[in-house]
Design a protein around this ligand. Structure first.
Ligand SMILES: [Zn+2]
Length: 534
C-alpha cells in the first residue's frame, strides 16, 4: 500500500510541458507512480480537484541559515510551496567560526542574523548540528566568513599563508557537506579580494565537484563588469557559477535589463556553466552600512563606528557618494526610498525612511544615516527601492532566469516575527505564480513553475528532485492557480501567502489544508548523494 496519493489535480511536472490530469502516488519518500485515475491503494488520499500539482519549489538563493535554527518549520517559505532552500549565500555563513573568532563573526553578521546564537564551530560540527527542518536545505560556505577567519576585516590581498589557510577551510567545508562557495564581492571583507583570489578558490571547488554562487562586485554603475567577472570564473575553471539576484540598481542604470541578460545568455550559448536568479521586486534589502563607500568598514565594526563619528570621514563619504552614488546601489532620488527594516537597538524606527528621520531630527540626511548606524551599532538593515519595474519584469519574464527570494524563512509569531523585513521573505513564489503570471501575464504558469523546479534543479545538478516523475523524491506542492497570492506588504510584511493547500517534503505532508502540520522531514542535501556531476 502506498503512503499517499494526490488525486484529481492538474499536473504541471516542471519540465515546461503543458498541464495534464494525473494522480501522483508516493511511497517511501519517493514518487512511485504518475498515472491518470490511479486505483492504487493508499493510506492517505488528498483530493486535488481544481488544483495544480507541481514539484516543490526550489528557492535557489536564500539566507535562511540565519533563521532555520530559530524557525525550523520554515513557515514563510513552506506556505508558499517551497521545499528546498539554498542557504549560505552572498559570502555569508555562520561557519566555520574558529577559536577566538566567533565574536568577530557574530558582530559582523548581526545586521543579517541579529537573533542567531553564535559559537565556535568547525564546518563539520555546524553541519552535524544543523536542526531538522520542514524544508530541505543546501548549505554553502561563505567567502566573507573565510576571509574573516584568515585576514579579518583587513583591506589587502591575502598573504601566501592566509591563502593556504583559506583553501584548507574551504576544502574542509566541502568535505563536511557544503554544496559550494558563495561570495559577496559587493562589500567588505570579501570585496577586498581580487579576481585571482576567487579563481584560486574556484580551482578548489573544481577538484571537489562543487559550485560557486556570487553576489557580484557591483549591481549598479559597474554591473556589466561585475557580471563579466562572475562569468569569467565559470569560463576559466569550468565550475558552475550562479549569479545572485540579478538587477540594475540606481536610476542611471535603469533600462539595461536586456543588455545584461544578453551577456549571460551569450555565455550560456558558448557552453559556459552559468545561471542567474532574481526576485520579482523593485526593492532590495541590505545592511545600511553597505550603502556607504567600502573604506568605511576597514578594520572592522568598532573602527567603522569610530570613523562614522568623525567629521573628516563624513566629508569623504559625502564627496564619494556625490560622485558615485550609493555603493552598490547607485544614484537614488532621495533618502526617502531607504526605509528601516530591522534596527535591533532602535526597534521603534522600523518602517520609517532615512529621509523622514533626517527631517524629524532636522539634520542633513547623510548625518542622519551615520548617526543611525552608530546608535544601532552597525546592525541596521534597510529596504532600498533602487530598481525599475520595467527591468524587474524583463528579468522575471526570461524563462531561464531562476527564482531566489534572497530572504529568510520567518514566522509571524516568535523571534523571527520582528521588525519590518522585506515582504519577499513571505511572498516571492506566491507573487511569481500570482501577480506575475495571473495579473501581469509575464509568463505562463508552466514556464514559471519550470524556473523554480526543473530549471533550478538543473543549475544545482540535482538528480532526483525538482520534477514530478516516477523515482524522484516526493517534494510536491498543491495550489489553487486562481487564488495563490502574496499578502505581505512593506507596511505589514509578516503575513503568510495564500492559495497553497498541500506541501509534501520527502514524502511527508508538511502543509495540510493550508496549515502547517509541524512535520520536520527536511534534511541537509549532500553533494555526493544528490548531484549528477559530483
Ligand atoms: Zn546578495
Amino acid at each position: 500500500m502506498d503512503d499517499l496519493a494526490i488525486r484529481g489535480g492538474h499536473l504541471i511536472d516542471g519540465t515546461g510541458a503543458p498541464a495534464r490530469d494525473a494522480d501522483v502516488s508516493v511511497a517511501g519518500g519517493r514518487i512511485v507512480a504518475i498515472e491518470p485515475r490511479s486505483a492504487r491503494p493508499a493510506r492517505r488520499v488528498i483530493d486535488a480537484r481544481g488544483l495544480v500539482v507541481a514539484p516543490g519549489f526550489i528557492d535557489i538563493h536564500t539566507h535562511s541559515d540565519f533563521t532555520l535554527p530559530l524557525n525550523p518549520r520554515a513557515e514563510s517559505k513552506i506556505r508558499q510551496g517551497v521545499t528546498l532552500e539554498v542557504v549560505g549565500n552572498c559570502g555569508f555563513s555562520a561557519a566555520p567560526a574558529l577559536p577566538g573568532r566567533a565574536a568577530l563573526l557574530r558582530e559582523y553578521l548581526a545586521s543579517s542574523a541579529p537573533w542567531l546564537p553564535f559559537g565556535e564551530t568547525s564546518y563539520a560540527k555546524y553541519v552535524a548540528d544543523f536542526p531538522a527542518t520542514s524544508v530541505n536545505v543546501i548549505l554553502q560556505v561563505g567567502h566573507h566568513t573565510l576571509r574573516l577567519m584568515t585576514a579579518g576585516m583587513d583591506n589587502r590581498p591575502l598573504t601566501a599563508d592566509e591563502q593556504t589557510a583559506m583553501e584548507r577551510l574551504l576544502a574542509e567545508a566541502l568535505q563536511a557537506g557544503a554544496w559550494g562557495l558563495s561570495s559577496g564581492l559587493f562589500t567588505a571583507p570579501g570585496g577586498y579580494a581580487d579576481a585571482a583570489e576567487i579563481h584560486t578558490l574556484a580551482r578548489v571547488l573544481r577538484r571537489h565537484g562543487a559550485a560557486y554562487a556570487s553576489h557580484v562586485r557591483d549591481e549598479a554603475n559597474h554591473v556589466d563588469a561585475a557580471v563579466a567577472e562572475a562569468i569569467a570564473v565559470a569560463e576559466a575553471t569550468g565550475v558552475h557559477v550562479q549569479i545572485a539576484h540579478l538587477k540594475l540598481s540606481g536610476v542611471d542604470n535603469w533600462g539595461g535589463a536586456a543588455r545584461l541578460l544578453e551577456a549571460i545568455a551569450a555565455a550560456r550559448r558558448r557552453g559556459v556553466p552559468v545561471d542567474c536568479d532574481a526576485y520579482p521586486y523593485d526593492t532590495a534589502t541590505n545592511p545600511l552600512r553597505n550603502l556607504l563607500p567600502r573604506f568605511v568598514m576597514e578594520g572592522g565594526i568598532a573602527a567603522m563606528l569610530e570613523r562614522l563619528g568623525r567629521a573628516d570621514a563624513r566629508a569623504r563619504i559625502r564627496a564619494e557618494l556625490a560622485r558615485d552614488g550609493l555603493t552598490n546601489f547607485g544614484r537614488i532620488p532621495s533618502w526617502d526610498v531607504v526605509r528601516i527594516a530591522v534596527a535591533p537597538h532602535l526597534p521603534q524606527e522600523a518602517g520609517h525612511t532615512l529621509g523622514e528621520i533626517a527631517r524629524r531630527r532636522a539634520v542633513d540626511p547623510l548625518d542622519a544615516v551615520c548617526d543611525f548606524i552608530v546608535a544601532d551599532r552597525g546592525e541596521t538593515r534597510v529596504l532600498i527601492t533602487s530598481m525599475s519595474d520595467k527591468d524587474v519584469h524583463e528579468i522575471t519574464r526570461a524563462p531561464w532566469v531562476l527564482v531566489g527570494s534572497d530572504g529568510n524563512a520567518l514566522a509571524t509569531a516568535g523571534v523571527t516575527g520582528q521588525g519590518k523585513p522585506h515582504p519577499r521573505y513571505y511572498g516571492t513564489h506566491a507573487r511569481l505564480l500570482g501577480s506575475c503570471v495571473r495579473e501581469l501575464g509575464l509568463l505562463t504558469l508552466e514556464a514559471a513553475i519550470h524556473k523554480t523546479t526543473v530549471g533550478a534543479a538543473a543549475a544545482l545538478g540535482l538528480r532526483d528532485r525538482g520534477v514530478l516523475r516516477e523515482g524522484a523524491w516526493a517534494d510536491v506542492t498543491v495550489f489553487d492557480p486562481a487564488r495563490i497570492a502574496e499578502r505581505a506588504t512593506y507596511d505589514d510584511p509578516h503575513q503568510y501567502a495564500v492559495g497553497v493547500s498541500t506541501v509534501v517534503v520527502n514524502g511527508e505532508v508538511v502543509v495540510d489544508g493550508g496549515d502547517h502540520t509541524g512535520a520536520l522531514p527536511g534534511r541537509v542535501l549532500r553533494r555526493q548523494a544528490e548531484r549528477v556531476f559530483a
